[in-house]
Ligand binder design. Structure first.
Ligand code: NAD
Ligand code: 6OD
Length: 490
């Protein structure tokens, strides 16, 4: 068995396996604490076997296929996810506790789209060509040629498990690489399910491999330190990125990092208030605040500050917490009790630092077996000083702090006063201001009058401590391919 209500196995060289490791761990529901499955933890030997299979597959049929053939197979992978939509949806909601309405609109369709979009994109990448003069007058032609980087380690987080894993596996495979994926220990199931889809689509054995486990002294570390890995792409916390970068330094392996954020929203008095409230509600509370691009700092121009706070409070208090399958559920639980302890420590710190708790700030009374889940109240604060840890550090929960500002310059300074630089949102109906402010935001993506809207062909990544490199569209080719110059003497 690969998934729910049973055992979660590794997927190595085209086959599900318990591996050689005797260790297993429990995958428990964040909704009510019930047991979802038992997951096999990869030993070093299991990870070595996965990397060996991936290396061998580079030289096998996958390596000999034309781009068109590989792309056609990746379309079948996307279709395979769509065919098993309900299975993926159930597994993702069980592991994360997120509302079905959210996962069915974002996580699962994007999981499929990530294969199609990159399969199509790589077929249309042009190369450059230069003619040069030579002393004999006959000249030479230089052209560049892209090839796969090799074996790519994909290390993914738990907040959007299928979406963020396929966002890396899609381009990696489209470029002709092979992969070993280490999904988050919190959400192993949809990555495990993908193995069967790969086999059905005709992906040759060894091209897509999955090993389960934790980070340090477990599958994550075994994978990033394996010398058979040619590049590491990682989404997760900035501190984890530092550890992985050290591992990648041995053997001078390149890394591509999508890391943490402490994203600002700047709301000007000239905004469309209804849209700004609706957008900020989503950017603060969607996925229970567990979105790297989510807003945790809101700066609102003084004339509309009181109204904005009152309306966001009303919105937060209207959110319905509940089970994923309940149609009226807006918010699920946090991913785990451990993460809840972290979020609650910031709820406590906010009060210690003198915040006014506008709403929330604690644990809701869910009752029944939901009492065993990792629920927290949607929370809004005002009144904190900018040096509070609540303002400086990523919380990754359904919460935000709102502070007033007076001038555009002040808003930009406040928004940029952070070690992170992942995303920012600007709410204004003034076109010139929108361009002016967007240009000055220190972030990899700036939304104007929107949030979490992005064409997959565009670059994605963070500045400052929010990442290294850009993925998305042709920008991912920098990491997923090796670029070679061929010089032909005429
Ligand atoms: P995390 O860093 O704790 O874990 C991510 C993955 O890394 C997991 O699979 C984990 O097992 C693995 N890991 C941990 N330590 C490791 C090590 N030493 N070596 C190798 N692997 C290791 O992150 P998380 O808690 O799963 O996810 C939440 C974090 O991810 C937040 O900080 C969030 O902002 C960030 N995130 C960023 C983006 C982005 O695009 N920038 C997207 C989603 C999440
Ligand atoms: O849209 C994407 O491709 C992307 N990487 C989103 C990241 C969301 C973070 O939680």
């Amino acid at each position: 068995m690969t998934a729910t209500a049973g055992k979660v196995l590794h997927f190595i060289n085209g086959e599900y396996t318990a591996g050689t490791g005797a260790r297993t761990f429990e995958n428990r529901s964040p909704v009510d604490g019930s047991l979802i499955s038992v997951v096999h933890e990869a030993s070093k030997a299991d990870v070595d076997a996965a990397v060996t299979a991936a290396r061998a597959a580079l030289k096998g049929p996958w390596g000999r296929m034309t781009q068109e053939e590989r792309s056609a197979i990746l379309h079948k992978v996307a279709d395979g996810i769509t065919k098993r939509f309900d299975e993926f949806l159930a597994a993702e909601c069980a592991d994360t506790g997120k509302p079905r309405s959210l996962a069915s609109h974002i996580d699962i369709p994007r999981g499929a789209a990530n294969f199609k979009i990159f399969a199509d994109l790589v077929k249309n990448v042009a190369t450059e060509c230069f003619e040069m003069a030579t002393p004999d007058g006959k000249g030479a032609i230089n052209y560049s040629k892209r090839g796969p980087r090799g074996v790519i380690a994909v290390i993914s987080p738990w907040n959007l498990p299928l979406l963020l894993m396929t966002w890396k596996v899609g381009p990696a495979l489209a470029c002709g690489n092979t992969v070993v994926v280490k999904p988050s220990e919190e959400t192993p199931t949809t990555t495990a399910l993908l193995g069967a889809v790969m086999n059905e689509a005709g992906v040759p054995p060894g091209v897509f491999n999955v090993v389960h486990g934790f980070g340090p002294n477990s599958a994550g570390e075994f994978l990033t330190t394996n010398p058979g890995v040619d590049g590491i792409t990682f989404t997760g916390e900035t501190r984890t990125g530092e550890a992985i970068m050290k591992a990648g330094a041995v053997g001078v392996r390149p890394v591509s990092f999508e890391l943490g954020g402490k994203n600002p929203a700047v709301v000007f008095a000239d905004c469309d208030m209804d849209k700004a409230i609706e957008g900020t509600m989503r950017s603060v509370f969607a996925n229970c605040g567990q979105v790297c691009l989510g807003t945790e700092r809101v700066y609102v121009q003084r004339p509309i500050f009181d109204e904005f706070v009152a309306r966001l409070k009303a919105g937060a208090e209207g959110l319905k917490l509940g089970r994923p399958e309940d149609k009226d559920t807006n918010l699920g639980p946090l991913i785990s009790q451990e993460h809840r302890s972290k979020v609650l420590s910031y709820y406590k710190k906010a009060v210690e630092d003198g915040a006014t708790v506008v709403t929330g700030g604690g644990v809701p009374d869910m009752g029944g077996d939901l009492a065993n889940g990792s629920w927290v109240q949607p929370t809004i604060w005002t009144g904190l000083s900018e040096d509070s840890a609540v303002i400086r550090e990523e919380i990754f929960g359904p919460c935000c702090h709102i502070r007033p500002f007076d001038t555009e310059e002040e808003a930009i300074e406040l928004a940029n006063d952070t070690p992170y630089g992942l995303a920012a949102a600007v709410w204004t109906e003034n076109l010139a201001r929108a361009h002016r402010v967007a240009g000055q935001m220190e972030a990899g993506i700036v939304w104007v009058n929107s949030w979490f809207l992005r064409d997959l062909r565009t670059p994605f990544g963070g500045s400052k401590q929010s990442g290294i490199g850009r993925e998305g569209g042709v920008h991912g080719l920098e990491f997923y391919t090796e670029l070679k110059n061929v010089c032909i003497k005429l």
